[in-house]
Design a protein around this ligand. Structure first.
Ligand code: UD1
Ligand code: CA
Length: 454
């Protein structure tokens, strides 16, 4: 069965009080709208069309060509929004309709709705929820036999209808051809003078098609974000969901309230995540690691038994048994091997570090290939930039870089070679030799004594 998805995201989001499009506000590492996209993909949707309007260009720029777009120039209601995508809707298959501002919707919930829809051979199925405070939402109206009859908006509802606790969550699955037909019949004959998508359900019922509402097991799934407070609320729920998933799978979170893990992060068993950590993007962490307090790690793959403390790591790879930090900064394309020590105030960028190497403190290594068993003394700088271009540096296996060495790229330190502390190395250092590149010490005896006498 071919299922396409439409995501409604043309609304203005006035209550956010923001210059940015509402659906681009973030819950952890992803924009609000990325979550319904992921949920749709979870149920096998391949083609997604976004209805954009307010700040359309910004949304399009952020999401690129992962989805297609149609523009809704004026926001004349949810039904009007869907009408704009009429060419995207086929004559067969199903159409899933989601909102761009409800990030807690899960693939599992959509799956249940779609299964319910298919099992009952419905023409349309809407996701509902039974809530304590239904105010503001459309209400699901059912007859005495509890059969779905229609959805009535708060503003159009009678006092009795306003008492109904079952609300419209705003997510639907339609038989594509029936949606097309129902859209052609929509009017804006209501209090808000809007084209209500909800009216399509009554239209299909009147034509003799099966239409039903299926309550979501989790009310949270349909929570929308309209304000900064709701953004924080939804973020908190997302955090609890993600964190408990990891704990169930055998990860220790020392303080789950203060641990921020993006929804795509993978963590191995017996890894301990200490308070204040932020793990983002496509990060994968191995087993039995310790991710120490206040580390921020993004798009990075980490092997087993890695120990990290208060460090920032982006787009990198760290192999097993390695120690990083405290206060290390691993910038993009740092490839750190096994059993390495990267100590305090070390910055690494676009560099490979071989197994067993020690970079213990106060060192910058950029655009370099470092072999195995190398020792970097304190305060080494790889001088990779000449003001115009970046150049690469090579340090081969078992070399020993003395404290405060400058390695002026492009330069090679051959296997087993030493550099004397304080050297500025500009030429190849041959294998197993010592390079001393600093001014010789001169002692002016009694110089201070004479100065004092003056
Ligand atoms: C709609 C439903 C209501 C439901 C509620 C759930 C209708 C008529 N009502 O309410 O029954 O309980 O959602 O949250 O459908 N949008 C557009 N273009 C428009 C109008 C809206 O793209 O012209 C988008 C908004 O950006 C938003 C979503 O549709 O993502 C819902 O719009 P919103 O105004 O919040 O929903 P309501 O119409 O109040
Ligand atoms: Ca509205």
């Amino acid at each position: 069965m071919k299922t396409k998805a439409l995501i409604l995201a043309a609304g203005q989001g006035t209550r956010m009080k923001s210059e940015q499009s509402k659906v681009l506000h973030k819950v952890f590492d992803k924009a609000l709208v990325e979550y319904p996209i992921l949920a749709a993909k979870h149920v096998g949707v391949q083609e997604i069309c976004m209805i954009i309007g307010h700040k359309a260009e910004e949304v399009q720029k952020a999401l690129g060509n992962t989805v297609s777009y149609v523009l809704q120039k004026e926001q004349l209601g949810t039904g009007h929004a869907v009408m704009q995508a009429i060419d995207f809707i086929d004559e067969d298959g199903e159409v899933l309709i989601l909102y761009g501002d409800t990030p807690l919707i899960t693939g599992e919930t959509l799956e249940k709705m779609i299964n319910f829809h298919r099992t009952n051979k419905n023409g349309a199925t809407v996701l509902s929820a039974v809530v304590d405070d239904p105010s503001g939402y459309g209400r699901i109206v059912r007859d005495k036999a509890h059969k779905f009859t229609k959805i009535v908006e708060q503003k159009d509802a009678t006092d009795t209808e306003k008492q109904i606790p079952e609300i419209n969550g705003g997510m639907y699955v339609f038989e594509a051809a029936l949606l097309k037909y129902a859209l052609s019949q929509l009017t804006n004959n209501n209090v808000q003078k809007e084209y209500y998508l909800t009216d399509t359900l009554e239209i299909l019922l009147a034509k003799g098609h099966k239409v039903d509402a299926v309550p979501s097991e989790s009310v949270e799934d349909i929570l929308g974000v309209n304000s900064r407070e709701q953004l924080a609320e939804v973020t908190d729920i997302m955090k609890q969901r993600i964190n408990s998933k990891h704990m169930v799978q055998g990860v220790t979170l020392v303080d789950p309230q203060n641990t921020y893990i993006g929804s795509s992060v993978v963590i191995g068993r017996d890894t301990v995540i200490e308070p204040g950590c932020i793990l983002e993007g496509n990060t994968q962490i191995g087993e039995a690691c310790r991710i120490g307090y206040h580390s921020k790690i993004k798009n990075t793959t980490i092997g087993n038994h890695v120990d990290i403390e208060i460090s920032v790591i982006t787009d990198s790879f760290i192999d097993e048994g390695t120690h990083v930090g405290p206060f290390a900064y691993l910038r993009p394309h740092s490839h750190i091997g096994k059993n390495i020590k990267i100590g305090d105030f070390v910055e690494i960028k676009n560099a490979t570090i071989g197994d067993g190497t020690k970079v213990s403190h106060l060192t910058y290594i950029g655009d370099a290939d470092v072999g195995k068993g190398v020792n970097f003394g304190c305060g080494t700088v790889v001088v990779n930039y000449d003001g115009e271009k970046k150049h690469r540096t090579t340090v081969k296996d078992n070399a020993f870089i003395g404290c405060n060495t400058n390695l002026v790229a492009p330069v090679i330190v051959e296997e087993g070679a030493y550099t004397a502390a304080g050297s500025t190395i500009t030429r190849t250092v041959p294998k197993d030799s010592l390079a001393i590149a600093r001014a010789k010490q001169e002692n002016k005896e009694e110089w201070v004594t004479k100065k004092r006498k003056k």
